[in-house]
Ligand binder design. Structure first.
Ligand SMILES: *Cc1c(COP(=O)(O)O)cnc(C)c1O
Length: 386
């Protein structure tokens, strides 16, 4: 079976996890800041807060930025549901901005048009969540310029994008955003089994994120609202959660992070082998914006359905029947039953819907061999009958 994405675990990774298990701290120990340090270093941000998932990172990032009932959060419809759900957790309303048909990322022009209308109607968003789809950075300069003009905050959903670059600088440096978040689910670039990190350059936001990840409790005198009673003392100063990562996970993450560069390198190698193989085929390969260097979490092909006989679904099924575990990223979030019940419907975001009808994510991960990739190409050739 060839999967669309898969983790790569080495003997060193396992050793690092076992070492923690022999130590005194299984959680809230020194492996957490070590992992946070490795993420900060890789993406050139000042503060990092590790949590138990990217979903949790999104949730507490929204709270740290003050999102609440009566506010709007906007994101891309071409994303995992968590990029939108985080706003609902805070009691805010969600809306979407259609995608650019070349990058499949949130389109800054569509964003601007929607902001003009929202300003008139008094429904401007408090937070916009651009998603670096497949690892390719969004047009952050344009989105940041709109944030200055319309007064919204930005959380980059960089779940796909650790190790990628934008204008020559690491994604996650928060130069054009308030907070960036990463996922460390096994299918992503680097894994902690389950895990997420929020990075920021704002010390006040970092403190809030730290509080929210652990019940809103602090032992830091400067964060307390009353003097300490004594050395045993802690204070709850906010309503937080238990979103902590364990030290086993953090040790795995820190060990994995030492290979971040190699992973992204190998993903690029495989992507360019696909690019070459698909020359002249009736499909569109992932277009790369010159401002970005993708982390290549996904390799998405877009079928030219008017040029081939089989349908989109038939091509997908033919691959799955041959144990090529392709996938589809993403079902437009606004068409999910839960979102349709809030009033969204098919037709609201036509670029994302058209994209959904034509694309397939084919296998791309660092343990994929050249021979396996050749098999994928061959099976796809048969499936598309080209
Ligand atoms: C994977 C993913 C998430 C959620 O990550 P978890 O760590 O599983 O919570 C959020 N957004 C995007 C774009 C993702 O791909």
């Amino acid at each position: 079976m060839i999967r669309y994405g898969q983790q790569h675990i080495t003997a060193e990774d396992i050793e690092a996890v076992i070492e923690v298990m022999h130590s005194i701290n299984l959680t809230q120990g020194p492996a957490i800041p070590r992992f946070e340090e490795s993420v900060k270093y890789a993406c050139d941000a000042q503060f990092a807060v590790a949590v138990n998932s990217a979903t949790s990172a999104l949730h507490i990032s929204c709270l740290a930025l003050g999102l609440g009932p009566g506010d709007y959060l906007w994101t891309s419809p071409n994303t995992f549901v968590a990029s939108a759900n985080c706003g609902l957790y805070c009691g805010a309303s969600i809306d979407f901005v259609d995608i650019d048909p070349r990058t499949y990322n949130l389109c800054p022009k569509a964003l601007e048009q929607k902001l003009v209308v929202a300003e008139r109607e008094g429904t401007l968003p408090k937070i916009v969540v651009p998603v670096h789809f497949s690892g390719q950075p969004c047009d952050m300069r344009a989105i940041h310029a709109l944030a200055q003009r319309y007064g919204f905050r930005i959380i980059e959903d960089a779940s796909h994008a650790i190790g990628g670059r934008y204008l020559g600088q690491p994604i996650g440096n928060c130069r054009y955003s308030d907070i960036s978040i990463f996922s460390f689910h096994p299918v992503k670039i680097v894994t902690t089994a389950e895990g997420g990190v929020a990075v920021t350059n704002d010390s006040v936001l970092a403190e809030k994120l730290g509080l929210l990840r652990s019940h809103g409790i602090t032992r830091e005198p400067h964060l307390m609202t009353r003097p300490m009673d004594g050395p045993w003392y802690y204070q709850q100063v906010a309503l937080g959660f238990n979103y902590r990562m364990t030290d086993m996970q953090a040790a795995l993450g820190a060990s994995q992070m030492t290979r971040l560069h190699d992973y992204v390198q190998r993903r690029h190698e495989l992507a360019s082998r696909y690019d070459d193989a698909f020359q002249g085929w009736p499909l569109t390969i992932p277009w790369q914006h010159p401002d970005g260097f993708s982390a290549y979490h996904l390799y998405v092909i877009r079928l030219h359905l008017d040029e081939i006989r089989p349908t989109h679904r038939q091509v997908f099924e033919a691959l799955r029947e041959r144990d090529i575990m392709v996938n589809l990223h993403y079902i437009p979030v606004h068409t999910q039953p839960y979102y349709e019940a809030m009033g969204f419907q098919v037709g609201d975001f036509p670029e994302a819907e058209q994209y959904y009808r034509e694309t397939i994510s084919i296998p791309l991960h660092p343990v994929l061999t050249d021979a396996e990739q050749d098999e994928v190409i061959e099976v796809l050739r048969e499936a598309m009958r080209v």
